[in-house]
Structure formats: C-alpha cells, structure tokens
Design a protein. Structure first.
Length: 180
C-alpha cells in the first residue's frame, strides 16, 4: 500500500510540475540584428578602393534593374526581381578586364542564392579581347559583392584584396565568399 501511495503521489507531483511549467512558460524570441551594410553603394565602393590603394581609372554607374541586358551583362542574372539596387564599377579602358558590382537584395534570405546565380551567370569574357580570370562573390547580410579582374593585373589588385577590404568595411565576418 505504501508503494502504491508513493507512486500516486509521485505521479501527482510530476503532473503538477508539468502543468505549472507549461502555464508559466514564457515565449522568448531573440531577434538578432540583421547584418546590413551602411551607406550608399557608390560610397562603399569608394571606401573599398581607399582601403586597398586601388589605382585604376574606374567609372561607377547605377545598374538599370529594368534593363534585362544590363542586369545580365553586369551581374550575370536572368532578372533583377530579387535586387533592390546595384552599382557597377568598371575600368574606363575596356582592354582592362575589371568589374566590381555591389548589390542590395530585397530580402537578406535571398542573398546567398543571388550570389550563386551571379557566380554561375557572369560572363568573365564580356570584354571580348580580355578575360577576368580572378572572380569572387561575397555576401554580407543583404549585400552581394561581385569582383572579377584579370590575374595579370595583380599589381593593381586581386579579387581577394578587394573582398578583404569589403569585409573590413562591413565590420564583421562575411556570410559567404564564393570563387570560380
């Protein structure tokens, strides 16, 4: 009889603990701040150049996201539906294979997929006579950076040096770095 009473008492105490734990349970939602690149895209590109001592005459232009040919040419994307804004910086002399594109995506959850699509879709021979054989795509929060440059221009820069400068400007570890 004592064993049966102890089991019943143990069962009731366990049930009471479970009910009180469920009743008092707080739903704690931890929202980590989403990594976001501060500043306008052209200014970020200029900071990358300053941080690397980049010495090449370049022109910075906003990518027309409504022009599918421009989106394909500069970003390697079939469409810009996931892109909020983008800026391209390229060598002013077309005989120098160099291009940097910095884009913000509409949703940071899509940034890695956009980076993959850019890496796979970009034409590294778009200049026809020269090729950018040093290619990296980096992701930080809602931003995607594509850098491609001819390895023969390593005295000017490498894609890794430019990605490292981007990481420094971001102030944190990059989410993803892809290369070809």
């Amino acid at each position: 009889m004592k064993t049966k009473t102890k089991r019943i008492l143990l069962f009731l105490l366990t049930a009471a603990l479970l009910v009180s734990a469920v009743g008092c349970k707080k739903e704690e939602v931890i929202n980590e701040p989403e990594a976001k690149l501060e500043g306008d895209l052209t200014s970020v590109i200029e900071k990358i150049y300053e941080n690397t001592g980049f010495d090449l005459m370049t022109a910075n232009n906003t990518v027309d996201l409504k022009d599918s040919d421009s989106v394909q040419y500069y970003m390697g994307l079939e469409d810009a539906s996931k892109i909020k804004e983008a800026v391209v910086s390229e060598a002013m002399m077309s005989s120098q294979a160099y291009s940097m594109v910095l884009a913000r995506v509409n949703d940071a959850a899509d940034a890695k997929a956009v980076a993959d699509a850019m890496l796979k879709g970009i034409n590294q021979r778009k200049w026809i006579c020269v090729m950018a054989d040093d290619l990296k795509v980096a992701v930080y929060g809602d931003s995607v950076l594509l850098v491609m440059i001819a390895s023969s221009m390593e005295e000017v820069a490498t894609s890794q040096k430019l990605v490292d400068a981007f990481e420094e400007i971001c102030g944190g570890k990059l989410d993803t770095v892809l290369s070809k």
